[in-house]
Write a protein that binds this ligand. Sequence first.
Ligand code: SAH
Ligand code: SF4
Ligand code: F3S
Length: 475
Amino acid sequence: MKKITTTVVSPEEMEKQEQYSLKVRTANASFASEHGRTPLAFVRTFGCQMNEHDSEKIAGMLEHMGYGFCGCFEDADLIVLNTCCVRENAEEKVFGHLGYLKGLKREKPWLTVAVCGCMTEQPHIVEEIGKKYRNVDLVFGTRNLHTLPELLFKTLDEKKRVYEPSHFGNEVAEGVPIRREGSIQAWVTIMYGCDNYCTYCIVPYVRGHERSRRPSDILAEIKKLCDEGYSEITLLGQNVNSYGKDLPKPTDFADLLRLICENTTIPRIRFMTSHPKDISDRLIGVMAEYPQICNQLHLPVQSGSTELLKRMNRHYTREQYLETVRKVREKNPGISLTTDIIVGFPGETDENFEDTLSLVEAVRFDQAYTFIYSRREGTPAAKYPDQVPQDTVKERFDSLLKLQNGISKEINDGYLGKTLEVLCEGVSKTNLAKFTGRTEGNKIVNFTSDTDVTGKFVNVKIENVQTFFLEGTRV
Ligand code: SAH
Ligand code: SF4
Ligand code: F3S
């Protein structure tokens, strides 16, 4: 296969975007003097961490263009829906919102509605939006995010609909402003796209092929986060284990982690997602070597059946997965393991499903994110015959959930009476009398403390455990 090398978007292009940004800023300043207030933007995100982080970049660019922010559709002058299409229900949610926004736009004709993200990388969706949702003014994709200033300027200035899904390219943009949601934990994208083409998955079609950021750019971003007082970073990529193959000077993920550990002072490092087929002994070794790399791993298995894994195009067998888990645990004792599992992949037999249950029992994951298979137009599995009947899928899904919840609770029971180190993220949203934070193993801990310890590492004695979180008192 021909090697594709990733390049960085040219400074000239970024400068052009800066000029458009200033033009929108000027327009927003006139809006402010006319209306006596800054125009407000609301960015609503669907989907995974990658999208959450893209929204932070969208918000960063909007802030630079002079927008303020609000927390609901009704107060906004500009609405951005950053969409997901990994499962059908994600798309349905977005269409539901678009329907609601039709009414809102009638009330507020000056409202600008933009739709971006994974959904808009599918031509049939863009066509549907174009035909049925005339209230959408701007459409852009996942790979032309950095051109938002230009696209928004054209939408506002020419007062016409701008539909500009991304073009496939080998570029990554650097220097896009970021408005981060948190001040303790930060997302850092290390690579974009995916080359794996699991047969059920739409992501490679909507995010494009793998493009890695240069180590120097990643290091500079993390150093800045350290200076700003962040305590935890999560490195993001659809498959971080294949990081760096496309760089002019190839570097692998284990090398990148080592570079980050040796050259920055960030106290906690997490990463996701790791594809089991690509997890190297060197990576497992680096994880064990550096205490700042959290003793936690998200390793999506998808199925416990080798036959199904083959049809999913996952490139590992049940046995290879179990062997990887054994090696990871041998080098990293006590590691917290989580996974993703799909139930009801086309042709999944009772036997195949039993294999998934027995793998879950054998591994004893701390948590599993379980999904009902969703047929995605354009993926190979969408054409597979023998799609599993819905009631069978539901039954299997419930029994898997029950098994995993029991295991999660049993594992958490083991923490009763123990004292764990927690990085406090602030006051708990569900219980305002408590603080909340996470352990190195990514367990949520809600706890009481006499003083505000937000942003600090504290010790918490665990006094109560639930399936999805622990509770205790700061000691
Ligand atoms: N790149 C990551 C995650 C991608 S999407 C990885 O490979 O692990 C997150 C999860 O959504 C996947 O792990 C998978 O379990 C699930 N998923 C993807 N496509 C799906 C589909 N068509 N139906 C149901 N679940 C799906
Ligand atoms: Fe989808 Fe597979 Fe890529 Fe993950 S590795 S994003 S599941 S194609
Ligand atoms: Fe993420 Fe959904 Fe796109 S899971 S990569 S936002 S399709």
